[in-house]
Write a protein that binds this ligand. Sequence first.
Ligand code: PRP
Length: 208
Amino acid sequence: MMRLALPKGRNLPTTLEALRAAGLGLDGFGTNGRKLWSTVVEDDLEVLLLKDWDVPLYVEYGVADFGVVGSDVLDEMDGDLLVPARLREGGCRLSLIGPEGSLPAAGAQIRLASKYPNLARQLVASRPWSAEIVRLSGSVELGPLLSLTEVALDIVQTGATLRENGLVELEVVAEVQPCLVFNRASYQRHRERLNELVRNLEEKGQVI
Ligand code: PRP
């Protein structure tokens, strides 16, 4: 039996859809309830529901054999995982956001809010302005909205959060997709089954 780690955020429904299209039943998931760990006998799987940021840790340490997690989280954490596929649905953008016209000018010294301090530092290093990174855990839009910072580096999916708070996307920094990730040792042990999963996802048009 293998263990699958899934993020319980807003992309859970589309992630489940992709995995089901690829042949997993995953009965009982995607419904309401607080169950965090279930055995799905028909799929010969145990499924863990985790916070996005914890998925790479469970998979890298081998507690889970494989999982699904956003490329934003993978890039920020820089773990040692195999990434055999990026899923088609559930994409978003990592963008510089702020009030209209707040893109920093060359030479400016500003503050930048983000849940992604490493990616934020990389971004700033490539810009003609400099920024102190203010690490926030959520509701990042409030940073520039309340002048804690001038701008923020955050996820934009539907754009609703920006619209409802009077902010704009100043620049798209990266396209983000949910990624299938494998633990390296698990891939050696379950190569056939995991390769079949990737093949099925490809055949069903679930990957980009
Ligand atoms: C993310 C992100 C934005 C929002 C963008 O937050 O940080 O706030 O989604 O999505 P939208 O463009 O569809 O409005 P999330 O909902 O994950 O919660 P958080 O603020 O607690 O991080």
